[in-house]
Design a protein around this ligand. Structure first.
Ligand code: DAH
Length: 344
């Protein structure tokens, strides 16, 4: 039995030494000390020994158990150390590698134009006003003196929403909202989306942007309108730009005008003008519609037109952005193609 014990010890020590990883080592431990393990089986045969033999044999078995136990522990530690070494080598972090950059966005060209125009007017003391995209018929048409049979209400142009509401066709309803607040004087600009049932092409989109302007106070006249808009044009297009006002008609202003600016493409240079892509030989570019707020519109908002007067203006923003950045197709502004947007 002593020989068996020494044989078992020798085999177990060999197996422990050969175990390549913790799982293999565990297998050896089970094969040695498990229920059916070699040492366990041998211990069971102790009962067949004589009373004299038993103590010495028992001591030997315990010594073998202790020795194997120690070998297991040492091997286990060795394997764990090796595993740690390997993972440290494997997962080493190279802190000299350059970091990962976050992609930085840039402003959409339309946003840049809106911000710039707002900044110019804020510099003149205007506040920024807003209104909803889905408007009441009253704010979008009625209160702006656009009667029921006016062509602007034509279903071909206007998106009608359930309940008689519309997607606002211009930013002018913000004028009505501002004037109806009951606080005077007013100097405000209102940028925002507007909607018209247009087919999409290089110069049209069913969604586009306008900015509205409104000034109401005692004694406001056409001279204020011309002065403010000329200062604005110079700030946006550079000093030396000329403005011209042509009579026009809008239901909500009286008198009404359109303001042109001298062409920034050719600078009205006689030779360049002939084949100027921007003004097409005119020398002038239409920029906005404007006028003195109609007395009926003031009165409808609870403002006494005998005491107060005001001017208003409105302009499309896509065309300004397109001219400024030399963009020849409006669809580019809405496609959200990264290759296009990354250029700004
Ligand atoms: N609402 C007009 C349009 O969409 C633009 C406009 C013209 C606005 C004259 C005004 C104005 O405030 O006075 O065509």
């Amino acid at each position: 039995m002593k020989d068996d014990l020494l044989k078992i010890k020798g085999q177990a020590l060999d197996s422990i030494a050969q175990a390549a990883d913790l799982r293999a080592l565990e297998d050896v431990r089970v094969a040695t000390f498990g229920k059916k393990g070699t040492v366990t089986a041998l211990s069971r045969t102790m009962g067949s020994l004589s009373a004299e033999e038993r103590p010495a044999m028992g001591q030997m078995v315990n010594e073998v158990k202790d020795a194997l136990e120690a070998a297991f522990t040492a091997k286990k530690q060795g394997l764990a150390d090796a595993a740690l070494e390997a993972s440290l080598a494997d997962e080493k972090i190279d802190i000299t590698l350059p970091g990962r950059n976050f992609a930085l966005g840039s402003k959409h060209p339309l946003t840049t134009v809106i911000d710039e125009i707002c900044r110019i007017f804020m510099g003149m003391g205007y506040e920024i006003a807003t209104g909803p995209d889905v408007e009441t018929d009253y704010h979008n048409f009625e209160a702006l003196n656009i009667p029921k049979n006016h062509p602007a209400r034509d279903e071909q142009d206007t998106f009608y929403v359930e309940g008689g509401h519309v997607l606002r066709t211009h930013t002018s309803p913000v004028q009505i909202r501002k004037m109806s607040e009951g606080r005077l004087p007013i100097a405000a600009v209102a940028p925002g989306k507007v909607f018209r049932s247009d087919e999409v092409d290089a110069t049209h989109s069913p969604v586009f942007h306008q900015i509205e302007g409104l000034v109401v106070d005692k004694g406001i006249h056409m001279g204020h309108l011309k002065g403010a808009l000329t200062v604005f044009a110079e700030a946006l297009f550079g000093e030396g730009v000329k403005t011209r006002f042509r009579p026009h008609h809008f239901p909500f202003t009286e008198p009404s005008a359109e303001m042109d600016i001298s062409c920034f493409g050719c600078g009205q240079d006689a030779e360049k003008m002939q084949d100027c892509r921007i003004c097409k030989g005119e020398g002038w570019v239409e920029l906005l519609g404007c006028g003195m707020v109609h007395p009926k519109v003031l009165a409808g908002c609870g403002i006494d037109p005998e005491v107060y007067s005001g001017f208003a203006f409105g302009m499309g923003l896509e065309r300004i952005a397109m001219q400024r950045y030399n963009i020849d197709d409006m669809r580019l502004l809405f496609d959200n193609d990264m290759r296009f947007l990354k250029q700004f």
